[in-house]
Write a protein that binds this ligand. Sequence first.
Ligand code: GUN
Length: 307
Amino acid sequence: MSVLDGKQVAEKIQGKLRVEIERLKTERAIVPGLTVILVGADPASLSYVNSKGRLAEKLGIHSTQVKLPEAALAPDVIQAIVAANDDPQVHAILVQMPLPKHLDSWKILDHIRPEKDVDCFHPFNQGLILQNRASLFPCTPAGILEILDHNEIDVSGMNSVVIGRSFLVGKPMATMLSNRNATVTLCHSKTVRLDEISQAADLVVAAIGRPGSITADMVKPGVVLIDVGINHIETEADFARLCQPSQYEGFKKKGYAITGDIHFQALAKASRYTPVPGGVGPLTVTMLMHNTVELCKRSLSVTRNEK
Ligand code: GUN
């Protein structure tokens, strides 16, 4: 059983990005620009947005945040998107998900111009992914492929089970694994006998958003486990059920612990697994910076050979 260290992979990519960003500045007089739009004050979203801002600053990316109140209406959000679309210093636009319930996400996201769509949510960009013609991918599944590549895990022919069908993670992940010749089953809340399907998997990607959902009896020995979940555990009872005893000191100190969608007893059966925290998480924000730099380069028509 060995850990797939996401921090190490993230740092490697960040090192390359630093060099590219410096070259863009000195040779092309351009600074990659990212605008993040946050509607409302959901604590988890606020914390993700802040960590995106911190990493952008660390790498030399110009990042701006537009914070709108929870009660903002679609035209308010669209106005912020249009302003970023029209700003030549902005190469990448991210609208933090989830949006408040009264807003129709697709109606809003559709306003992001495809060439500034850092999440690859636009139907044009999703179509390219489906047709296996894309060179940019949504941040979390892109980060997962980076972890697999770095660790020389070839998914070709692997029986791969993706659990969770969100447009952020599960759906693009299933497509991207299939484009790499994995045999893919995409499972979700209505899947019948999920346990039987996951027991047959060589690779499980869990993106459910419920702590400890994938239990030891649901996976086979030697499986590769990728955990996308970031769940806050706040009570002693949940801690006892879902967290490793080694996390207890941190739990008492901070008042919460973070755990994934895969139960720690299942991790013990895996040949390789991503930990939470320190697995997929560091890659998600790093791939956002990678995509921002790519979109900046595209705006200059810098070809991939010039890298
Ligand atoms: N919320 C959680 N993850 C993401 C992401 O990758 N992109 C956006 N836009 N919102 C998110």
